[in-house]
Design a protein around this ligand. Structure first.
Ligand code: SIN
Ligand code: CO
Length: 381
């Protein structure tokens, strides 16, 4: 694998977080030595032909007329040799080498990372100047592209050259460079940017997730409703008389707010909610469910084969807290006894027969192993 280490140059993950993360864009030339595309362009085109994989082609005629087509695509011939880009979402869910591009960014917790979007651009191809709401690291793969990145500017005008394409007016670049294979660009949220391909080129975008407050509140409310956890009613047995009966007093408002916040203060429920919420996949995953459920006995049978490996599904979102292993929005309760196995499952380390055998000596470990296999989050290779 060509993506073992990120060469920070004069920076380090610590100085990057302190000086750049969510603050300033950055280009690191040759962050990855001898970088090679983790997926060939024809395989990327193949993914864009699949119905369950989100893809689009953005093209322009060089005269500011823009077109957006959504996949699945059957044929790319009509787009010609220049002026278009193909963007495919969550390629890491389908390409294990592309999923491995996340490893150098593990100085930021996995829950904060969303997916790896891959683009293939022909000369003059790009999506135009725009803003994103999320942080992104863009690794330049094969080919060259001119990247410009500016500072947030409230005077920029939002443009809609096509109903599915939001752009912004021209901006003053802070970074204006031609990127080559192995260069790494970091763009914080709301910084205008524009990548125009110089030749056929491939870009890998490690996109982050940052829930909005309304998304969190809405999902938290769903969790309460689904589990009937908010049925108790406001009570006020210490009430005193009022002389202003139409007033919702400050004190009443405070008590109602406190009543609502009690739900958030339920640490156990919050841990379940947030773990499930943050590990939910936003794109289809290739789950590999066994044809017949695997029970503890069947697992022992499987382990009699010497050369097998237990593999996590590519792109799986996993996280761990003191009480629970979360995989793809599902909870698996953990105890001190199964913590070592749960940690390996959360780190998504492929497991050999010998490793699994060493865990399979306790019933709780076997139950955790069979559960993750039966859900299709892990599979046997
Ligand atoms: C890309 O074209 O590879 C990235 C698009 C973007 O800037 O979001
Ligand atoms: Co962007």
């Amino acid at each position: 694998m060509n993506i073992e280490s990120l060469h920070w140059g004069e920076l380090s993950p610590e100085t990057f977080l302190a000086e750049y993360w969510q603050k300033k864009p950055l280009l690191i030339k040759q962050a990855f030595k001898n970088f090679q595309d983790t997926i060939p362009a024809d395989e990327l085109a193949g993914l864009a032909m699949e119905g369950e994989i989100e893809s689009r082609i953005v093209s322009n005629d060089g005269n500011n007329n823009w077109q957006v087509d959504h996949g699945p695509f059957t044929d790319f011939a009509q787009y010609g040799e220049a002026n278009w880009t193909l963007l495919v979402q969550a390629v890491n869910n389908w390409s294990r080498p592309t999923n491995a591009l996340l490893a150098p960014f593990s100085f930021i917790p996995r829950w904060r990372i969303d997916d790896v979007m891959v683009s293939f651009s022909t000369p003059n191809g790009g999506v135009g100047a725009h803003l994103d709401q999320y942080d992104v690291f863009i690794i330049q793969g094969s080919g060259k592209r001119r990247w410009q990145v500016g500072a947030p500017n409230s005077e920029l005008i939002t443009l809609l050259p096509h109903p599915d394409l939001k752009q912004v007016s021209a901006f003053e670049p802070l970074i204006d460079e031609v990127t080559e294979a192995g260069d790494l660009l970091y763009i914080p949220p709301n910084h205008p940017h524009n990548g125009v391909s110089i030749e056929n080129s491939v870009n890998f975008s490690i996109g982050f997730q940052a829930p909005s407050s309304q998304e969190l509140w809405s999902s938290f409310a769903d969790k309460l409703i689904d589990n009937n956890l908010g049925e108790q009613r406001f009570s006020d047995s210490t009430r005193k008389t009022t002389t202003t009966s139409t007033l919702i007093s400050k004190d009443d408002q405070q008590q109602l707010k406190a009543f609502m916040l009690e739900q958030l203060e339920n640490t156990e429920m919050f841990e379940q909610f947030i773990g499930q919420y943050l590990t939910q996949s936003h794109h289809a995953l290739e789950l590999l469910m066994p044809v017949n459920d695997i029970d503890e006995e069947k697992l022992i049978d499987i382990l009699s084969e010497p050369e097998i490996r237990f593999m996590p599904v590519s792109g799986l979102k996993a996280a761990i807290t003191q009480t629970t292993l979360f995989l793809n929005g599902d909870s698996f309760p953990i105890t001190a006894k199964i913590l070592p196995l749960a940690e390996l499952l959360a780190q998504q380390t492929p497991l050999t027969t010998e490793q699994v055998k060493s865990f399979n000596t306790s019933l709780k470990n076997s139950q955790l192993l069979t559960s993750v296999l039966n859900k299709g989050y892990w599979y046997i290779e």
